[in-house]
Design a protein around this ligand. Structure first.
Ligand code: T1G
Length: 695
């Protein structure tokens, strides 16, 4: 088999080229090829060595597909020690994204050059790890401990210019990297530059107190993720141990993380996110339609956020509202959001102005007639949506894609309001739409393949994570949220309090507790949805009676200053409300509920297993293509802790038999709402897991 590593001498410089598409990951074959080339270069006529990569990027890390499998030699830390020990100067030439083990490879070289467009970084923390091949010991020696910790704790790459400032690279060179690298190496030799081993550099020490402060800060940011704190422990070795002792500690802590459940969960998410973008049965080469202009119907919070997502990605956007006043209000929301992004340093003033400049407004449908994609984002009134789609059908050019941003309505019924249902689908954004990464793409009965292919690919361009959903009430995310909220409300009535329910879930890792989420979304939203249903379809009154009473008492949530909690008008800080607790206890009595102590474990199990049980049904019905898609929905749309891998992965990790046993117990105690999903029973009976399952 051809090695993905090529070696040749160019102008007396040994040039090692790695060519392992798509991202030159450090697979076993790459490591073996690199070692072989390095050893050859030690004994041949070359005067110096250059390591670079073919394709779109320098090494983007260790090969994540090899994790969890028996490691093959050479092990990366040993290989990098060997590169560093080279008797001849070794230069790393970087382009694209030099990440993780790729950046560590560069740090083990004696000199580093890069294209201006290159980026370097340590994203391992996003995999529940930290740099495990010398990065925790070498980067501090070049950039100082504080800068190194910052780069490793958050995991976002930095541009070459910044890396230059930090001393992590030595020079930024022109576009022809191969030529520049050979010339750079030859100049080093000509100048008599030394072999400069990073391990030999001294590191500026940091007092214990500074480490304590860092530890406290990181613990707060990590929100239950173990890796950043272990990273800090490894980095601390820089001040009180030798380089090799530091490497040893790094290896031990890294291995603990690698074999732990958090990294397993985050690696699952890494691949599940990429898998989610692939539509089973849709030909890879389905030609997408061209999208160069976008129209948005409705300039409310969602419409404005969606417009910004497209404008931020370079698309011209036309925002349509029913009259000038409403349009002004909509554009003012957009202006406020851009000003906020500038204040928070997310966008530069110029960039914000450029993006804002791409958004135009109108009250005339004729101005969206030529748009390639039109997204309806008005409030959840089914007849209004159908009316708008009938108008779009009459106005928009043939071939335009017509999308609805509904959160739960029947997309097929909306498509039926047009004569071109094949051009209609759902694009369900999450609030705030210019920030939240998730996009539920809802395929209607008649949605054409090229429409689907277009929108799945477009999602990446607007920096969204797409997940395909079939048509059902609430699609994937909101449908599962129903049982989740049901259990949260039942726990309240049966004996708990808003603060206890929320604390149980946030301590477990959720970004926000369910009661606080309800207050944020607005209690009136659920109330109106229930009022639209006949009483016998609203479910167990114990699961909504308190919310109904609160709404009827004017407690709409954060937006009215009071919901389950009271909110400070200025700071938005929330406080428990004794009056609400009194209402809960009064309604419990009226509903004949004997209140009891409910501990955090029961709260977590009821809420999370409610998600799992509904998720199983969604997979079995084919609403979601794979369990991993559900995990992506909950991590990018509902604040589920990524280090638990999403509800479906979590169920696998706990053990489906354990989950089923608990659900059966709840079924006994609480009734039909807890009937175990057939798929769960089938998998347990067959001794199977969800891994690899697809509908
Ligand atoms: N290993 C294996 N496969 C990888 C990979 C990797 N490191 N990175 C990407 N792929 C696959 C990916 O699954 C997809 O496959 C295809 O490449 C294109 O990726 C010891 C322990 C580089 C910024 O965490 O962040 O080094 O779906 O769609 O949007 O300390 O990929 O086509 O079949 O994401 O252009 C650290 C992970 C590893 C970087 C490119 N490195 N990769 O983004 O393409 S841990 C990372 C990325 C480590 C050492 C430690 C991105 C990218 P498929 P893509 P992209």
């Amino acid at each position: 088999m051809n090695s993905p590593v090529n070696y040749e001498i160019v102008d007396s410089v040994g040039v090692i080229t790695i060519d392992n598409p798509p991202v030159n990951a450090l697979s076993a074959a790459v490591r073996q090829g690199l070692q072989k080339a390095m050893r050859a270069a030690q004994d041949d006529a070359s005067q110096a060595i250059v390591i670079l990569c073919a394709g779109r990027t320098f090494i983007a890390g260790a090969d994540i597909t090899e994790f969890g499998k028996p490691p093959m030699e050479p092990h990366l830390p040993d290989l990098l020690n060997e590169i560093e020990a080279s008797a001849k100067i070794v230069v790393a030439a970087l382009h694209g994204t030099a990440l993780g083990g790729g950046f560590e490879t560069a740090l083990a070289c004696h000199y580093r050059i890069a294209l201006d467009s290159a980026r370097v970084g340590f994203p391992e923390v996003k995999l529940g790890l930290f740099p495990g091949a010398g990065g925790t010991q070498r980067l501090p020696r070049l950039s100082g401990i504080a800068a190194a910790v910052e780069l490793m704790a958050v995991g976002n790459p930095i541009p070459a210019q910044k890396a230059l400032e930090l001393g992590a690279i030595d020079e930024i060179v022109g576009e022809d990297l191969g030529v520049e690298a050979v010339a750079y190496a030859r100049k080093l030799v000509a100048d008599g530059a030394p072999v400069r081993r990073t391990r030999d550099l001294t590191v500026e020490s940091l007092p214990g107190a500074a480490f304590d402060a860092l530890r406290a800060q990181i613990a707060k940011q990590a929100r239950g993720l173990e890796a950043p704190l272990k990273m800090l422990e490894a980095v601390q070795a820089n001040v009180d141990r030798s380089f090799d002792e530091g490497l040893e500690l790094e290896r031990r802590l890294f291995t603990e993380l690698m074999t732990g459940s958090q990294s397993k969960a985050l690696r699952h998410i890494f691949f599940a996110e990429r898998e989610a973008a692939k539509v089973i049965g849709l030909a890879k080469d389905t030609p997408p339609r061209e999208i160069n202009s976008v129209g948005i119907i409705g300039g409310g919070t969602m419409g404005g956020g969606i417009a910004m997502s497209f404008a931020n990605a370079g698309f011209p956007v036309t925002l349509l509202e029913i009259n000038d006043e409403a349009l002004e209000r909509g554009l003012a929301i957009v202006d406020r959001n851009y000003a906020g992004s500038v204040t928070r340093g997310k966008l530069s003033e110029d960039n914000a102005a450029a993006c804002r400049g791409r958004i135009g407004g109108t009250t005339d449908y004729a101005d969206v007639a030529d748009c390639d994609l039109v997204i309806e984002a008005v409030f959840e009134d089914p007849s209004l949506k159908k009316e708008i789609f009938a108008t779009l059908d009459a106005t928009c050019k043939p071939g335009a894609i017509l999308a609805t941003n509904t959160s739960y309505q029947d997309v097929d019924a909306i498509a039926a309001a047009t004569g071109r249902p094949e051009d209609v689908l759902g694009m369900h954004f999450f609030s705030p739409a210019h920030i939240m990464k998730l996009l539920e793409v809802v395929r209607g009965d008649k949605t054409a393949d090229d429409v689907l292919a277009t929108v799945m690919a477009l999602a990446k361009k607007i920096r969204k994570v797409p997940v395909l959903s079939g048509v059902c009430y609430g699609f994937i995310g909101n449908r599962m949220l129903g049982p989740y909220f049901r259990e949260a409300q039942l726990c309240l009535v049966e004996g708990s309090t808003p603060e206890a329910v929320d604390a149980a879930m946030t301590d477990w890792g959720m970004a926000m507790g369910p009661i606080s989420v309800a207050d944020l979304a607005g209690l009136d939203v659920g109330y109106k949805a229930r009022q639209a249903l006949p009483e016998d379809q609203r479910g167990d009154p114990r699961s909504y009676r308190v919310a109904d009473v609160l709404v009827e008492a004017g407690h709409l949530g954060q937006k009215s200053g009071a919901g389950f909690y009271r909110y400070d008008a200025d700071t938005r800080a929330k406080t428990p409300d004794p009056e609400v607790q009194a209402i809960i206890e009064r309604e419990a009595k009226a509903l004949g509920v004997m209140r009891r102590d409910i501990d955090a474990e029961e709260i977590v199990d009821r809420l999370i297993y409610a998600l799992v049980n509904e998720g199983m049904k969604i997979v079995e019905e084919g609403i979601a293509q794979r369990p991993g898609d559900i995990d992506i929905v909950y991590i990018y749309g509902y604040g589920f802790p990524a280090w638990r891998g999403g509800p479906m992965h979590y169920a696998d990790d706990v053990g489906l038999d354990t989950v089923l046993a608990r659900i059966r117990e709840f079924h006994e105690r609480f009734g039909d709402a807890w009937r175990p999903a057939p798929l769960l029973e089938k998998l347990v009976a067959a001794g199977e897991t969800l891994t690899g399952y697809s509908s």
